[in-house]
Design a protein around this ligand. Sequence first.
Ligand code: CU
Length: 698
Amino acid sequence: MFRFNNHLWLMHFLITAAVCFGIIQNTSFARTVEYDLTIDYKTVRFNAINTQAMTVNGTLPAPTLYFQEGDTAHILVTNNMDVATSIHWHGILLPNHQDGVPYVNHPPIQAGDSHLFTFTIKQSGTYWYHSHTGLQEQRGVYGAIVISPKQAQTVPAPFDQEATVVLSDWINENPDEVLRTLKSGSDYYSIKKGSQQNLLSAIQQDGLAYAFKQALQRMPAMDISDIAYDKFLANGQPETIISAKPGEILKLRLVNASTATYYTLQFANNAMEIIAADGMDVEPLAINHFLMAIAETYTLRIKVPAQGLFELRATAQDGSGYSSIWIGSGARVAAPDREKPNPYQMSMPMPKATHKGNMAHHNAGMHHKMAHHKMKPDMHENKTSTTPYQQLVAITSTTLPIANTHREIQLDLTGDMERYIWSINNEILSADNVIKIKRGENIRFVLNNKTMMHHPMHLHGHFFRVINDQGDYSPLKHTIDVPPMGQQIIEFEANKAQDWFFHCHILYHSKSGMARVISYAEDSIDQELVSIRHKLYSDEGFFYATGSFLSQMTEGSAVYSNSKNTLQTEWQVGWQNVPSTEYEFNVTYERYVNRLLSGILGVRLENNIERGIFGFRYLLPLNIESEWRVDTAGELRVSLGNSIQLTTNINLFADFEYDTESQEEWSVGLNYLFTKNAGIVTQYHSDFGMGAGIKITY
Ligand SMILES: [Cu+2]
């Protein structure tokens, strides 16, 4: 009896102690973590040029924010710049009005203002934050978020040290000017980095048949990346060093905060494991190299090799450069150089996502045996790298609450590469194409990429299942690459409120219209937001111009254009081989039906002629531009134009025109581009003869 009582007392004591310990622990977890973040201009110097960056607390990247699951975050963001700004917490699950997208979640943070974000941290892992205003992210407003789990994981992970590396791309040129240049159809960036497709390189790289076939299908030359960057950065420098001893186990958190660059990650001695993707733990995946999309995060487990400083290299997907993370100590051991991709072998459509239902993991025992599965040997070992999605296995089942029901929404990723208009289902972001969903639904997005570029699609406020070969254990992500002409299927439970942004995370694509608002149909947004929401949907116009000034003539055009409309002035004035100066001016309004067809309406002013004109422009196979028009005097005119890039700098162009009144007229010439804005031209014109001069592009 006595012994029994004694045991009872002991048990009581133990239970009380356990409960108290739990309370103390819980109390210690329920802490408030405060950060003051000030966004301001700062002069930085990459490539020997001073540039005005935008930084958070004076650093590029912004400081890493550390939290523990269960913390309450109080983050005061102060805008010291003279333009509005914002901060979005990428991948963080939080209340709608804390998500940071201006005009979607709350008004922008105006110049001189502060905004306090407060939310409870409900997850752990590697995340990041960045400006969601204009092109500010390109200027440096990005940083990492590291959240440690609430309690030690069931299987303790023996890490000797942890490091966080933010990858980014840097250009000295003003990002607004970058976007305007892309809109103007300039090949400048592909010329700058030597990736431009031309006749000579097609012959050299055995790509003539491919290039001809692409042109026949009216496909523009494909660029892996739109922009020629001056630097690729790892924690704000071309290289960063993580000192470690041989045999140590390193937990490396990687964030791709680039605005337009995917990277191939490859470690010098090949040994690395992916242990988390987009903040979510996955079954450890041993991998040789992999493609990291923009806005993704990966956590790697790396065993520091025997003596040496080993390179983990992040090579830009287009092969135009890299940044380095050196791990270890002692003599440097570089990662292998990666071959530049061949632009004439890019058309292979990626395999469509397969959904094998519950087949892959019908029992947990088998699931655990798969903890260390290796990637299949890569056929193009050093040429291509792909995302690891097919091999990612979630730690626990990720099936949605109400299994096997979903509403499918087809989203085609579309674009007009020539005019640099990026869209979804052929429409840029607007008030008319908000995607309505209902709480409680399972939503499945079928993402079909109809373009020749990768698009990293990011959904705010939700994690989605990536439908891959892993059945119930499909990984959860917040950002997914949809490869050129490829497909991805994602699904998520609609369990939030109000409006969330969904967009391509190539900054310049998102800004050009490849975005949507996902809206919970039953919820309304704040009055304050209602009055300013239209600013989210503005269809910005861009101005660009080109003019040739030659010994026998001058011609050119000035254009103001938004997604569907163009206002254009064209001129042609000649003074050689003609009795008196001949001039012609056309002012046209052009309305685009799609990327091939547009209608035109305008006026034509010529020596002694003033007429109205109307007709259409249509892109013919082989990328021949055609214009068909009649004027108010009943005269018909057909014009055809084409140009072929012969070498990186030399362009051959030809124009032919038949007019029922003035008969035919044609010209042919060569243009040698030597800077972004200037080239030398020599041209023969059927009316004005031979001449030479300069071509200016703005
Ligand atoms: Cu995109």
